[in-house]
Design a binder for this molecule. Structure first.
Ligand code: FE
Length: 306
């Protein structure tokens, strides 16, 4: 609605491709008006990313899963499909990319970046950070090779993820400035983590824990990374800058009936809930261990951020 009102005040100049306001001669970037206002939500972007199933999704599936027609397609090569969008506010940008297995032609790796560079304003704090998620199918050598211990294997796996990430981003080969900056930040962050693990190898065992491993980041001050593996599929969750605050993602919730506190870091393993499960992701069957209240009942109140 707001975009429609703004459009009423401008006309499009066919000669130079810019928009000119009727009340003066102020050049306006027409792309700003054509970008769907405030959309898509982070939830939608993440949901698109999650729809791609490694070893199953083919290029045609991926195109409908990660690419929204109103946003830019950066690469549609045989090996990588990548797309990006900018929200109405210029400081929010996102990328989705999927790389394919050359023989099977199914998705082999997928990446998601959300970058936020919200500046400080009168009533809001600045929010500068990167959310990076990645899922990749590992080749046999890094899984089968006899490493000295599991920590050495974890480091080798992380190195492989970084190599693949560089290769896939090269394949996208776009001149997109934001993508280049994101690539640089993620690259820097993964190199910093590898250096940290090199000096303290025992830390690698914490990579799969809900809190992951924290580290310093050159541009964004701090970061946190988690790496989990199920058979030959590795999942990386990395947050830089302000996004680090949301690493565990959710507050604790207290049952006002009986005083039980659900802590997402601990989960509820006795009742089948893994550590690191946020309150909203609790299974429907789960009830308060103290009084039996369901998770959708009004008895639950937020009680502080982890
Ligand atoms: Fe309770």
């Amino acid at each position: 609605m707001r975009a429609a009102k703004l459009l009423a005040l401008v006309f499009y100049c066919g000669l130079c491709g810019c928009a000119v306001s009727l009340c003066g001669c102020i050049p306006v970037d027409i792309g700003e008006f054509l970008t769907p206002g405030g959309k898509p939500s982070d939830k939608k972007i993440v949901s698109n990313y999650e729809q791609t199933e490694l070893k199953v999704s083919k290029a045609a599936d991926v195109l409908t899963q990660v690419h929204m027609p109103e946003y830019e397609l950066l690469s549609k090569s045989k090996s990588v499909i990548a797309c990006q969008g900018k929200k109405r506010r210029k400081w929010e940008v996102w990328f989705n990319a999927v790389a394919f297995d050359e023989n099977e032609l199914t998705a082999n790796r997928k990446y998601l970046f959300i970058v936020n560079e919200r500046p400080k304003k009168l009533f809001t704090e600045p929010w500068e950070g990167v959310r990076f998620d990645c899922e990749t199918v590992l080749e046999g050598d890094v899984l089968d090779e006899p490493y000295a211990n599991e920590n050495a294997r974890r480091v080798a796996i992380l190195k492989r993820v970084l190599e693949d990430f560089r290769k896939d981003m090269d394949e996208v080969g776009s001149d997109n400035k934001k993508l280049k900056i994101c690539r640089m930040m993620v690259n820097q962050a993964l190199e910093t983590v590898l250096l940290k693990l090199d000096s303290s190898p025992a830390l690698a065992s914490k990579l799969s824990e809900p809190e992951g491993v924290s580290f310093s980041h050159t541009n964004l001050d701090r970061g946190r990374i988690q790496m989990t593996r199920v058979d030959d599929v590795v999942k990386i969750k990395m947050r830089l800058g302000s996004f680090t605050k949301k690493f565990i993602g959710e507050r604790k919730y207290k049952c006002s009936e009986c005083g039980y506190i659900y802590d997402p870091v601990a989960g509820d393993p006795e009742h089948g809930v893994k550590p690191g499960t946020s309150f909203k992701d609790l299974p429907d069957y789960w009830v308060c261990p103290g009084c039996g209240a369901g998770k959708s009942e009004k008895t639950w109140v937020k009680c502080g951020r982890k």
